[in-house]
Design a protein around this ligand. Structure first.
Ligand code: SF4
Length: 194
C-alpha cells in the first residue's frame, strides 16, 4: 500500500481552476484518513468553513451528519476508526448563485483509488450525496432512490443525502429517511465503531 498523504497534501492540480473563481483561493487538500479505519465517509468536497479550518465537516453539515450517524465529535474525528475521503479534497469555489461548485473530476481520477486503497479495513461505507453515489454505486439513478433502496446496495453501504441545510426541504418531504433509514444506519455505525 502506497502512502499518498504527503503527495496529496502538496497537490496543486486545480490551482488555475480555483484562481478563476470568485474566491480566488489556493488549493488546500483536507486529508483525513489513515490505515485501520473501519468506517468510511465518502463525501463530496470541503466547503469554505472546512477549507479554512482544515477539518472535514467542521460546519453545520457536520453537526447534522454526526447526529445522523449517532457519533459525537470525538468519535467522528478519530482517524483510527473513521476515514473521510471526499470526491475532491479541496473547496471548489462558488457558482454564480453562491452554491458550492461540484467537485473537480480530476481529483477523483487522480487520487481516489489510491486513497481508498489506504483504508483496506473499512467495513461500512457511508456515501454522502450524488457525486459519491455515482462513483460507488453501479446502478445509481437518483439520490432519493439510492437512499431509499439501502437494502439493495453492496453489503456495508449506506447512501445519504448531503446533510447541508439546502436539503432540509428534502428531509421534510421524505420522512421515511429519519424513521426507517437512520435507525438502521446508527446500528451499523455503532457495530463498526466498537
Ligand atoms: S481538488 Fe484534488 S486534484 Fe484539485 S488541487 Fe485539490 S487535491 Fe489536487
Amino acid at each position: 500500500m502506497k502512502d499518498i498523504r504527503s503527495d496529496l497534501h502538496a497537490c496543486t492540480l486545480c490551482a488555475q481552476r480555483f484562481a478563476a473563481t470568485a474566491t480566488m483561493h489556493q488549493p488546500n487538500p483536507v486529508v483525513w484518513f489513515q490505515p485501520g479505519a473501519r468506517l468510511l465517509i465518502a463525501s463530496q468536497a470541503p466547503g469554505m468553513k472546512v477549507h479554512r479550518a482544515n477539518t472535514p465537516f467542521w460546519d453545520a453539515s457536520g453537526v447534522r451528519l454526526r447526529a445522523w450517524l449517532g457519533l459525537d465529535e470525538e468519535a467522528f474525528y478519530d482517524r483510527s476508526r473513521v476515514a473521510i475521503i471526499p470526491m475532491a479534497f479541496c473547496f471548489p469555489g462558488y457558482d454564480a448563485k453562491g452554491s458550492d461548485l461540484p467537485p473537480p473530476p480530476v481529483c477523483a481520477k487522480t487520487w481516489r483509488k489510491y486513497a481508498l486503497a489506504m483504508v483496506p479495513d473499512v467495513r461500512l461505507t457511508v456515501l454522502i450525496g450524488g457525486h459519491a453515489m455515482r462513483y460507488h454505486l453501479p446502478d445509481f439513478t437518483t439520490v432519493t432512490q439510492a437512499v431509499r433502496d439501502h437494502d439493495t446496495h453492496p453489503a456495508g453501504t449506506f447512501a445519504l443525502p448531503h446533510p447541508s441545510w439546502r436539503n432540509t426541504g428534502w428531509l421534510k418531504k421524505n420522512p421515511w429517511f429519519e424513521e426507517e433509514v437512520l435507525p438502521r444506519l446508527r446500528t451499523a455505525v455503532a457495530e463498526v465503531m466498537t
